[in-house]
Every structure is written in structure tokens, then in C-alpha cells.
Design a protein around this ligand. Structure first.
Ligand SMILES: Nc1ncnc2c1ncn2[C@@H]1O[C@H](COP(=O)(O)OP(=O)(O)OP(=O)(O)O)[C@@H](O)[C@H]1O
Ligand SMILES: [Mg+2]
Length: 428
């Protein structure tokens, strides 16, 4: 039969390699049979092909840790890129993800690659197309290519990144969000991420993680020249495999005036050990606030859906614009009021700040309570919370933006070039 002939042709190398584990969520019956034929040899006939689309894949709560290949049908997705980004954060690090769909558009392809997909194939699938795409992606992964989900090793030489999280008002969930983002980012990149609480007097980050506050942070801000690998090893406390944190608890009476560029020098030293830093930025200390924002590559501003929230978000937006014009500003809405019951709507925030809201963090009191009770990041304490769902594509977007800073040109570029060339030729 044609199907088994295809399978034999594309899968010759599997004789010396062991079988790969593959799953697919595909709605189109013809594509399903193409897939089972194309992947037959490389999976020894064990590809798990399910009737469904990316929605069904997003509903999977636990993925096999050794999953090598995932194929998802994006055809019915209202926002395929957001769904793709969310899916990439959920699947195991080394898993190759290939999308399928009827849209044949280079923009979509580019966006999918940017969120970490390894390939995108247009339906209907030609004979052997999926097999060749899977082999190519596996080969790139085998060579440790950039198309593979980043690991600590793959990221060496990449640009340091500091994400500052700042609430427009008190209690909007800035600390909770900073911790959640750092935890999700570390797990996603398989890379150690450092959280720093820059509120030296009243910070709550260490308390939230059930870690010990230390005096050394103030010392380090005073004398950044003293920071070396040993110092960082001693003061950065490990919370999880990929999550570290530093925070202080200075006496309320102890005044502290950071010297000029203290935060910048401190962050630069710490970046020698941690590529990614997530900073919890205080609102009450304008000096340190300005310094940390100035030194950041990314800033997340969280506004609650209240009038003062919008006013202060506008003022902070202006401040970020003035002191860190090159940084990427991400706007989020949060707070403890349900968006459906708030006087101010997300659209009002967007109108006032003249930009889109990147992330709507819902109020989820049980999830926030679980995080507090367990002293753990919210994604660990309440993985199914809407808060985690809302942050997923944001975290994936952060990581995709990091690709720009890597030393090597990502392999995706050449695939993209090939794809674009194919389209041009097709048009001639
Ligand atoms: N999305 C949320 N839904 C419900 N409760 C939340 C949410 N985010 C945080 N909380 C809870 O709200 C309280 C304040 O959260 P958090 O400390 O993160 O806010 P903050 O903006 O950092 O506050 P501060 O201004 O004091 O630094 C905590 O009790 C936290 O558990
Ligand atoms: Mg806080």
C-alpha cells in the first residue's frame, strides 16, 4: 500500500536509532491517516494519534516526560499563535511541536516559530511531508540546534534580561505575579531564574516563598564591586530546581539611600550568574524604583481596574518611557476585583494608556490563598488557576523575544527563508 511504502521510504534511519514517542491532535481524517503512515517507522507504529485539535492538547494536564514529537491541528483555533504559545509552555522542554492548518501564510508561520514551534505544515498534507518535517526537526534537535527548546547550554552567550514587575497601586498582585512568572520562565527554559525583591524594608517576596530574608542585599547595593560568584552562591536562596530568590528585611527605622546606579551595577554583577532576573519593584522608594527600571530590559506594569489604578499606570508608563525608552513595556491588568464587576473596564485602560493590554490576570482568591499557604509559586500551588493560564502566553512571548539576543542565528530563520522561497516560487 502507498501508506506503508511512504513509511518505509522516510524512516530508513530509524534502524539504528531508537523509536521516538509521538502524539498528535488532528481533526482531519485524511491528515490522520497521512500522519499514521508517515510516522509509522520512526515510532514503531506507536504514534498516539487523537481526533481533536490544539484545544484538546491544551486540556492535557500531564504530558509524558519523554515526548519527542507533538503534532497539533490549529485549524479551528480563534487565536492560533496565543494557543501555540500556551501549548509550548506546557509540553516538555525537548519536545518538537509541529502545527497543521489550512492557512498558508508566511506571517502565521513566522509567529508560530517565534513562540517556539518547530514547523508548520499546510493542509492537505502531501505524501511524506510530515515524515520529512519530523525528521528534519529531530535532526536539528540532535545537533543541539536553536530550534530546540532552549536549555542552559543552548542559551550560553545570550543577552541578559531583567524583567521588572511593578504594580500601579498597592496590593494589585505584583509580588505574586513576579514569583509566578519567574517560576514558569525557569521551568520553561530549564534555566535558573533569580527573583530579587528590591523593597528592602517591606518586601514580601521572601515571606511568600517561605525563604529567609538576608542583610546582604543592602550591602551588595552599597558595594557592588564586592559581588562575586561566592557571594551570589551564598545569598541567592534556592526555592526550586530553576528558581532562586534574594530579599531583605531592613528595620523600618533604618534609612537607606541607594547611591547612583547601585541597582544597575548590582544587576550587572548578578547577571554573570543568572541570565534571567525578575525584579519585584517597590512603589514606595522612588530612587531604587527608577534605578531598577532604568536597568531593565522588560517591564511589566500591572494596573488594577480602578480610577486611581489607571491614573497611576499612566504616570508609571510615562516614567518608564522617560527612564527606560529601550525597554519593552508589557501592560497587565490585575487586582482582586473581578473584571466583570469593576467600574473601570479593560477597554478603558487601553484607551487611557493608548495601547493594548498584553495580559489580563484574573482575580482567583483560592489560588492566591493556596500559594500563600504552601509558601510556593502560584503555578505550583494552583496549576489550573486562570492566573497561570493568563500568564502562559506572556511567559512564552518573553522567551521568544529572547531569541533575538542569542549569539547564533536561530535555525528557524533558515527554515523560514526556505518556506518564504517556496511561496515565492509557487507564486511565479
Ligand atoms: N490574581 C489574584 N487574585 C486574588 N488574590 C490575589 C491575586 N494576586 C495576589 N493576590 C493576593 O492579594 C494580596 C496582595 O498580593 P501581592 O503581595 O502579590 O500584591 P502586591 O501588588 O505585590 O502588593 P504590595 O503593594 O503590598 O507589594 C495577597 O494576599 C495575594 O495572595
Ligand atoms: Mg509586593
Amino acid at each position: 500500500m502507498a501508506a506503508s511504502a511512504t513509511a518505509q521510504r522516510i524512516s530508513a534511519p530509524s534502524e539504528e536509532k531508537s523509536a521516538i514517542t509521538a502524539m498528535a491532535f488532528v481533526a482531519d481524517a485524511t491528515a490522520q491517516s497521512r500522519l499514521s503512515a508517515d510516522l509509522f517507522n520512526m515510532t514503531l507504529g506507536k504514534a498516539n494519534i487523537r481526533d481533536g485539535s490544539i484545544d484538546a492538547a491544551l486540556a492535557v494536564s500531564e504530558w509524558p516526560r519523554d515526548l519527542d514529537l507533538l503534532v497539533v491541528d490549529l485549524d479551528e483555533a480563534a487565536d492560533p499563535v496565543a494557543d501555540a504559545a500556551a501549548l509550548k509552555t506546557a509540553v516538555p522542554g525537548g519536545c518538537i511541536v509541529i502545527g497543521l492548518g489550512r492557512i498558508n501564510d508566511v506571517e502565521l508561520y513566522r509567529d508560530l516559530m517565534a513562540v517556539g514551534f518547530n514547523d508548520y505544515l499546510a493542509l492537505p498534507l502531501g505524501e511524506g511531508v510530515m515524515g520529512r518535517a519530523a525528521e528534519r526537526a529531530l535532526e536539528v534537535r540532535g545537533r543541539g540546534g536553536a530550534a530546540m527548546t532552549p536549555s542552559g547550554v543552548a542559551l550560553r552567550g545570550a543577552k541578559p534580561r531583567t524583567l521588572s514587575v511593578i504594580g500601579a497601586r498597592g496590593g494589585v498582585g505584583a509580588t505574586t505575579t513576579a514569583i509566578a512568572i519567574a517560576a514558569m520562565l525557569g521551568n520553561r527554559l530549564k534555566e535558573e531564574v533569580l527573583l530579587i525583591d528590591f523593597d528592602l524594608h517591606y518586601g514580601s517576596l521572601m515571606l511568600a516563598l517561605d525563604l529567609e530574608a538576608i542583610d546582604a542585599l543592602r550591602e551588595a547595593l552599597d558595594r557592588p564591586d564586592r559581588i562575586d560568584a561566592l557571594f551570589i552562591q551564598q545569598v541567592a536562596q534556592k526555592k526550586a530546581e530553576y528558581l532562586y530568590a534574594i530579599g531583605a528585611e531592613e528595620a523600618p527605622t533604618g534609612g537607606f539611600q541607594a547611591r547612583p546606579r547601585a541597582a544597575n551595577d548590582f544587576l550587572r554583577s548578578v547577571h554573570r550568574r543568572f541570565r534571567w532576573i525578575v525584579a519585584d519593584v517597590p512603589r514606595g522608594d522612588p530612587v531604587i524604583q527608577r534605578q531598577v527600571i532604568e536597568a531593565s530590559t522588560d517591564i511589566m506594569l500591572i494596573a488594577d481596574l480602578s480610577l486611581p489604578g489607571v491614573r497611576d499606570a499612566m504616570r508609571l508608563q510615562q516614567m518608564v518611557h522617560d527612564v527606560a525608552p529601550a525597554a519593552k513595556l508589557h501592560l497587565a491588568t490585575g487586582g482582586l476585583v473581578d473584571a466583570r464587576r469593576s467600574a473601570v473596564k479593560v477597554a478603558d485602560v487601553e484607551r487611557s494608556l493608548k495601547r493594548k493590554v498584553d495580559c489580563q490576570i484574573p482575580a482567583d482568591i483560592p489560588a492566591a490563598l493556596a500559594a500563600v499557604n504552601f509558601g510556593k509559586p502560584l503555578p505550583e500551588a494552583a496549576p489550573n488557576s486562570g492566573i497561570v493560564k493568563a500568564l502562559r502566553s506572556f511567559v512564552a512571548g518573553l522567551d521568544a523575544a529572547g531569541d533575538e539576543g542569542r549569539g547564533e542565528a536561530p535555525k528557524a530563520t533558515s527554515l523560514l527563508a526556505r518556506f518564504a522561497e517556496g511561496i515565492k516560487k509557487g507564486k511565479k
